[in-house]
Ligand binder design. Structure first.
Ligand code: NDP
Ligand code: 8X3
Length: 262
C-alpha cells in the first residue's frame, strides 16, 4: 500500500455523492484536494465540513474550482490557471456525470441526450486531455474514471446513458493502452445502484420517482464506492487495477435486483 499523504488529487463532480465521498476519504488519507463542480457553494460547504471534522487543517488547504466540464475552454484555463503549488496533479478522479430522463430511444429528449454525452463523454475527455500530458512528462499519475454497470449492460429506456458509460469503458481501456510504457495508471470503477442525487437528477427533481429506484433494496452508498477508489489508488505503483464492477448484494445485473416488498 502506498501513502496518499500530500498527493494532489483532483475530483470532478465533488459537490455531491461519490465525488464528495472521494474528497472525504482522500482528505482522511492526507491528500491535497482540488475539488471541481458547477455548484461552488456546495464545494465550500464540503471544504468547511472537512475542516470542522479535522480531516484537513483548514478550508484553505483545499483548492476549489467552479467548473462545468462540458466547457472545453473553461476546462483548459482551469487547469493551466492552477496556482503553481497545485499544478502537479497526482490523481485525477473523473467522476462528474449524470443521467437525464428514462425514455425509449425513439421517444427520447434531445436536450437530455446532449447533456449526458457532453458531460459523461466529452467532459471526461476534456479534463483527461488537460491533465494527463503533465502526468506523462513528470512520470507519475493515476486516472480513475467513474463508469457504471450501465457501460457493460444496456437497459430499457437507458440506451443513451448506457452508451455514454460504454464510452467511458472504451476510453479507459484505450487510455491504458496509450499510456503503456509510462508509470501512469488507469482505473475504471463501474458501480451498480448507488443512492446519491443521481436519480433525482435523472428524473429532473421528481423525488418520488427517484426514491422508487431504491425501494425495498439496500443500495451502495457513495462511501462504498469511494472506498474502492481509495483502495485502487493506494496499491503499489506496479499494480494497476484496470476495472472494478461493484454492485449491491441485492443487485445481480443492471436490471435484475431483489426487492423486499412490504
Ligand atoms: P450525484 O448527482 O450525486 O453527483 C454528480 C456530480 O457530478 C455532482 O457533483 C455534479 O456537480 C457533477 N456534475 C454533473 N454535471 C457536471 C458538469 N457539467 N460539470 C461539472 N460537474 C458536473 O451523482 P453520483 O455521485 O451518483 O454520480 C457520480 C458519478 O457516478 C457519475 O459519473 C455517475 O454517472 C456515476 N455513477 C452513479 C451511479 C449511481 O447509481 N448513483 C452508479 C454508477 C455510476 P454540480 O451539479 O455541482 O456541477
Ligand atoms: C448508474 C447505475 O443502473 O442506474 O450508473 O444506470 S444505473
Amino acid at each position: 500500500m502506498i501513502s496518499i499523504e500530500n498527493q494532489i488529487v483532483l475530483v470532478t463532480g465533488a459537490s455531491s455523492g461519490i465525488g464528495a465521498a472521494c474528497a472525504k476519504i482522500f482528505a482522511k488519507g492526507g491528500a491535497k484536494l482540488i475539488l471541481a463542480a458547477r455548484r461552488v457553494s456546495k464545494l465550500d460547504r464540503l471544504a468547511n465540513e472537512l475542516a470542522d471534522t479535522k480531516l484537513i487543517a483548514s478550508a484553505s488547504d483545499i483548492h476549489l474550482v467552479e467548473l462545468d466540464v462540458r466547457d472545453r475552454p473553461a476546462v483548459e484555463s482551469a487547469i493551466t490557471g492552477l496556482p503553481e503549488t497545485w499544478q502537479n496533479i497526482d490523481i485525477l478522479i473523473n467522476n462528474a456525470g449524470l443521467s437525464r430522463g428514462l425514455d425509449k430511444l425513439h421517444e427520447g429528449n434531445f436536450q437530455d441526450w446532449e447533456e449526458m454525452i457532453d458531460t459523461n463523454v466529452k467532459g471526461l475527455l476534456y479534463v483527461t486531455r488537460a491533465i494527463v500530458p503533465a502526468m506523462v512528462s513528470r512520470g507519475r499519475g493515476h486516472v480513475v474514471n467513474i463508469g457504471s454497470i450501465a457501460g457493460r449492460q444496456a437497459y430499457p429506456k437507458g440506451s443513451v446513458y448506457c452508451a455514454s458509460k460504454a464510452a467511458v469503458r472504451a476510453i479507459s481501456d484505450g487510455l491504458k493502452q496509450d499510456l503503456l510504457g509510462t508509470p501512469v495508471r488507469v482505473t475504471e470503477i463501474e458501480p451498480g445502484l448507488v443512492e446519491t442525487e443521481f436519480s433525482n437528477v435523472r428524473f429532473h427533481g421528481d423525488a418520488e420517482k427517484a426514491q422508487n429506484v431504491y425501494r425495498g433494496l439496500t443500495p451502495l452508498t457513495a462511501d462504498d464506492v469511494a472506498d474502492v477508489v481509495y483502495f485502487c489508488a493506494t496499491r503499489s505503483p506496479h499494480v494497476n487495477i484496470s476495472e472494478v464492477l461493484l454492485v449491491p448484494t441485492d443487485q445481480a445485473t443492471a436490471t435484475l435486483v431483489h426487492r423486499n416488498e412490504f
